[in-house]
Design a protein around this ligand. Structure first.
Ligand SMILES: Cc1cc2nc3c(=O)[nH]c(=O)nc-3n(C[C@H](O)[C@H](O)[C@H](O)COP(=O)(O)O)c2cc1C
Ligand code: SF4
Length: 440
């Protein structure tokens, strides 16, 4: 960032450091420092409440899942059947595979105990005595730090038998995956955790009744669970004082691309892209905003017309996209929209698990058509074929990976058809020579 850049007071006032408040404290990942900074006080408070009161508190807070879909967390916990005689499980989704997303891994690096504390409270609420954190295999640094935090928590009596004399027992395991985007999909994650190849399961039955080892299971994102201790300490009204009525609370937005100071910015839900770019030090010199994703590549892209739309679940739905993981990727007039779309579809093609035909074949063909267009060999009909392929993917795939793969294609053609025509009609120099051979 240029040293003299100063975000406006209005943008600065949008910052709400809650989950990120300890990130700059030296050694906050060590348990002693965490305890000095109020760590594990929410757990003590939670143990004084009945588990059902905690579920109600989370319902009242309006917390919505931070993994992409925004499902109400308290409601999800409430689906777990009680007195069913089966073991219950909490599984934390730390796969963080959505392109552009970078919030869960930094959270686990900077403040792993906030997640561990959230896991204990959530497990107590849903009556689970075993919890697992499924972390992306490549994230060795975050996994190492998390495992150290779990060890420290065991040593201090926050995990194991009769935690803090409460009579509640909990074992927590950190499990590293092998690095597959599909293993972030909750049912594929459960299969992978059980030792099978990670592929989505047919639903219903849902994980709430038939999850890990066919027992009642809550699967929640890292940021969702890490929010819980703050809700226990601050209360639902405090949580609702941030964000918007239907999308309450703070949210970690990760912003990357053509800005001067990319990174994580925690704001109340409903901040705008204009304010986020300002917080991120403005656009890089010589770059003008052209297109951006609000929540990873699976969320339809937007343009400079949408700089002032509130970035909450409702605001993004209102302009035909989704909030997703709040992975804001900023592209400029110097970036090639057709190439970016090609790269994204190459990703979906590579990560498609192959279980269902629309996604397996649709992505195979889309990546080839996009390559052909970039090679200067496309025709106008190729655009129709791309849209037709998307029509056969969206709502017809077995899981949301297939749906998400259509977003870059349909939204880029909607807003930037001319850029495709420039390749097709020879106004732009081809990027590739010849046909695509091999995978992509
Ligand atoms: C292909 C695919 C990848 C996903 N990857 C992640 C992920 O990395 N992390 C995550 O929390 N949710 C991911 N999800 C969403 C999960 O299926 C699930 O909705 C989420 O973990 C629920 O947690 P939440 O209610 O706290 O948001 C993914 C979904 C799909 C379809
Ligand atoms: S949509 Fe794709 S990732 Fe999902 S089950 Fe079908 S092939 Fe697998």
């Amino acid at each position: 960032m240029t040293l003299d850049y100063q975000p406006s007071q209005e943008s600065l006032s949008k910052l709400t450091p809650v989950l990120t408040k300890r990130w700059l404290s030296p050694d906050a990942w060590k348990i002693d420092v965490y305890e000095r900074l109020d760590g594990y006080t929410a757990l003590r408070k939670a143990f004084k409440a009945h588990p059902d009161e905690l579920i109600q508190l989370v319902k009242d807070s309006g917390l919505r899942g931070r993994g992409g879909a925004g499902f109400p967390t308290g409601m999800k916990w409430g689906f777990i059947p009680q007195n069913d005689g089966k073991p219950h499980y909490l599984v934390v989704n730390a796969d963080e595979g959505e392109p552009g997303t970078c919030k869960d891994l930094p959270l686990m690096m900077a403040d792993p105990h906030s997640l561990v504390e959230g896991v204990i409270i959530a497990s107590y609420a849903i009556r689970a005595n075993f919890a697992a954190i499924y972390i992306r295999g490549e994230a060795v640094h975050s996994a190492r730090r998390l495992r150290a935090a779990v060890e420290q928590a065991y040593a201090k009596g926050y995990l194991g038998k009769n935690i803090l004399g409460s009579g509640f027992d909990l074992d927590l395991v950190v499990h590293s995956g092998a690095g597959a985007y599909i293993c972030g999909e909750e049912t594929a994650l459960l299969d992978s955790l059980e030792g099978y190849r990670g592929q989505p399961r047919l639903r219903p039955p849902f994980p709430a009744t038939h999850g890990l080892y066919a027992s009642p299971t809550v699967v929640n994102n890292v940021e969702t669970i890490a929010s819980v201790p703050y809700i226990v300490l601050g209360g639902s009204a405090w949580f609702r004082s941030m964000g918007t009525e239907k999308s309450p609370g703070p949210k970690i937005y990760s912003i990357s691309g053509r800005v001067n100071n990319p990174g994580q910015f925690e704001c109340g839900l409903g901040v705008t892209l204009r304010q986020l770019i300002d917080l991120a030090g403005g656009m890089q010199p010589g770059h003008e905003l052209k297109f951006w994703t609000p929540g990873g590549s699976s969320t339809p892209m937007l343009t400079d017309e949408h700089l002032d739309v509130p970035m909450d679940f409702e605001g993004m739905a209102g302009v035909g996209t989704m909030l997703g993981t709040t992975a804001v990727q900023v592209f400029s007039n110097q970036d090639d929209i057709v190439y970016a779309t090609y790269r994204w579809i190459a990703f979906y093609h590579h990560e498609s698990c192959g279980k269902c035909t629309p996604c397996r074949e649709g992505n195979y063909w889309m990546v080839r058509i996009l390559h052909r267009i970039l090679a200067g060999q496309g025709t106008v009909l190729d655009l129709d074929t791309l849209l037709d392929a998307c029509d056969n993917l969206l709502g017809r795939s077995f899981c949301a990976l297939g749906d998400g793969a259509t977003s870059p294609v349909t939204s880029s053609i909607k807003y930037f058809k001319q850029d495709y025509l420039d390749y097709i009609e020879g106004r732009k120099t081809p990027m590739f020579k010849g046909e695509l051979v091999g995978a992509h």
